[in-house]
Design a binder for this molecule. Structure first.
Ligand SMILES: Cc1cc2nc3c(=O)[nH]c(=O)nc-3n(C[C@H](O)[C@H](O)[C@H](O)COP(=O)(O)OP(=O)(O)OC[C@H]3O[C@@H](n4cnc5c(N)ncnc54)[C@H](O)[C@@H]3O)c2cc1C
Length: 199
């Protein structure tokens, strides 16, 4: 153990993680927390007969193939946790139409097809794009990125679907996938693209 000591202010997830990593690397640590319980935003408390649980409802990186999984595993034994995998990750509403973001790419494809059959040739490409996103070859990486960005610039529905696909790709344990995803999200969520497709 090092004779150096690190003082950490706040026992939220960030402070607790920093404390754990410093201790793993041989440092002494002390965490100061102003509340009477650790966890910060990610905690629960009781008042009377009620439990107020503001804690995490969804966690990225529960799939062992995802990049975040290995980081979680450094701090907690992921195999000890029991996860509930939801079929629908979220939904958005546009002019009265509700679009569900299914976790299964095949179901997502069918949902999008039922709403916008005219976009069939693009929607069918999403599962293929996810498949190709981990290919390290430079031209494949660029082609996947180009395809996703250009599909996402066609209209609002395809934009949301492409951004969600990019967010899924971002979780994959691959440098190529992370580059494709961040570049795509940056462009598709930019003010210029959003203004153009909302016209
Ligand atoms: C309702 C809700 C639902 C959420 N759901 C999800 C979810 O489903 N999935 C997800 O990934 N994330 C979710 N989040 C976000 C996630 O909980 C937070 O991003 C994360 O907990 C932030 O951690 P933190 O350590 O950065 O900050 P905080 O949790 O804010 O921790 C900061 C800590 O520092 C302490 N502190 C501050 N100032 C001082 C001081 N001067 N001295 C001593 N102590 C101090 C505070 O008391 C606190 O304990 C949710 C957040 C909320 C509020």
């Amino acid at each position: 153990m090092s004779d150096k000591k690190v003082i950490i202010i706040g026992a939220g997830i960030a402070g607790l993680c920093v404390g754990s990593y410093l201790q793993m690397n041989g440092y002494n640590t002390e965490i100061f927390e102003l509340h009477n319980t650790p966890g910060g935003l990610c905690t629960s408390w009781e008042r009377g007969d009620y439990i107020f649980d503001g804690c995490i409802h969804s966690l990225g990186g529960t799939n062992p193939n995802y990049n975040l999984y290995k980081y979680w595993n450094e701090l907690i034994n992921m195999e000890d946790l029991e996860f509930k995998f939801w079929d629908v990750l979220g939904q958005f509403e546009e002019k009265g139409t509700i679009v569900k973001i299914h976790s299964d790419p095949e179901k997502l494809k069918n949902e999008l097809l039922s709403i916008a059959p005219e976009d069939e040739k693009f929607i069918k490409l999403f599962p293929l794009i996810i498949q190709g996103a981990t290919d390290k070859r430079n031209f494949v990486k660029k082609a996947v990125n180009w395809a996703l960005r250009n599909i996402g610039k066609r209209n609002l529905n395809l934009n949301k679907a492409a951004v969600n696909t990019a967010k899924e790709i971002q979780q994959l344990d691959s440098k190529a996938a992370r580059w494709i995803a961040s570049d795509t999200i940056r462009e598709l969520e930019s003010e210029a693209v959003q203004r153009r497709i909302k016209r």
